[in-house]
Design a protein around this ligand. Structure first.
Ligand SMILES: *[C@@H]1O[C@H](CO)[C@@H](O)[C@H](O)[C@H]1NC(C)=O
Ligand SMILES: *[C@@H]1O[C@H](CO)[C@@H](O)[C@H](O)[C@H]1NC(C)=O
Ligand SMILES: *[C@@H]1O[C@H](CO)[C@@H](O)[C@H](O)[C@H]1NC(C)=O
Length: 283
């Protein structure tokens, strides 16, 4: 069994495009690819998908389809459905495997578990920290911040975040569980990135990245199914350097409103019929 394998899902944008709902009419077999053209990812745009904004062939980023494809293609039992711009701390995968081998009860299916990896962002021009001790120093001098602190402080508000920062890992070379939480109360909107297994409920494929809350429906399912969220003491993810600030984007705000409406008028009842309902679980 490989201890760690990486699956990257690449999207190639062509005439067929990637649209929701899918538009087969756009996908003609006669489409020709001009190989003399510069490849679509060869761009200095910070995020090339933004260049499609407002054009006739507008493509929304089908992030959950990509997450599910990557999970289904994984050759390992445990999976970390992360984003390409999130860099894991050193040795995350081997340290995780070492942890579950030392504590085999962590492999029990009951109660179901999600191993949470906290996310941070760092200032432009800084070197992303690789070890917790480096991250903690950067949090102290404010060159690092909890993820999206300036955009949506509650979205990534992590239970016991302050204690996590103040407490050194039990063993700097090992991974252990720092705290076991549930997605309830103050954390009912929590959308963590976590190490799970290929058998966790899938991400909702009709949601787009632009519409936001793309992980919330899956989190609702985990909440109803009684998942425990085990926060890891010595592992984290750091976003590509650069602090994101809130900027007004009426195009995106429109998509967010549309997706919120779709979630509340349609998806919620579907999720309730699939997973059931618990008063303390929200989408
Ligand atoms: C990428 O873009 C640069 C600048 O537009 C160009 O000079 C270069 O040839 C391109 N590379 C490829 C592989 O097309
Ligand atoms: C903040 O801390 C990091 C890690 O110790 C260090 O590399 C960096 O120079 C510090 N930056 C400032 C502005 O103090
Ligand atoms: C975000 O705001 C901070 C503080 O005001 C600033 O230093 C930083 O350059 C801004 N980042 C971007 C990407 O505009």
């Amino acid at each position: 069994m490989p201890f760690a394998a990486h699956t990257y899902t690449l999207i190639f944008l062509g005439k067929c495009g990637l649209a929701f709902p899918p538009a087969p009419a756009l996908c003609s077999r006669k489409s020709q690819v001009d190989c003399s053209e510069s490849p679509p990812w060869n761009t200095t745009e910070p995020s090339f998908r933004k260049t499609t904004k407002g054009t006739a062939e507008q493509i929304l980023y089908p992030i959950n389809i990509l997450r599910n494809v990557a999970i289904e293609s994984a050759t390992t039992h445990y999976v970390l459905p992360s984003d390409i711009e999130l860099y894991p701390s050193d040795n995350l995968a081997p340290m995780f495997i070492d942890m579950v081998l030392r504590h085999p009860m962590l492999m029990n299916a009951e109660p179901p578990k999600a191993f949470v990896v906290s996310i941070y962002e760092v200032k432009e021009g800084t070197e992303p920290p690789r070890r917790k001790s480096e991250l903690v120093e950067m949090l102290r001098n404010e060159t690092a911040l909890p993820f999206h602190k300036t955009i949506c402080p509650t979205c990534h508000h992590v239970p016991k975040a302050q204690e996590w920062t103040n407490e050194a890992p039990r063993d700097p070379e090992q991974l252990n569980v720092f705290h076991v939480a549930q997605r309830e109360g103050d954390f009912k909107n929590w959308e963590p990135i976590f190490i799970g297994t290929r058998f966790d409920p899938p991400y909702e494929e009709t949601l787009t990245w632009e519409g936001q809350k793309d992980k919330r429906t899956q989190m609702y399912a985990l909440c109803v199914l009684g998942y425990r969220f085990l926060i890891l003491d010595n592992a984290f993810l750091v976003h590509k350097p650069g602090i994101k600030n809130y900027t007004i984007d009426t195009w995106r705000d429109g998509l967010v409103a549309e997706q919120n409406h779709y979630i509340s008028t349609f998806l919620t009842s579907r999720l309730v019929s699939i997973y059931g309902q618990k008063e303390e679980c929200t989408i």
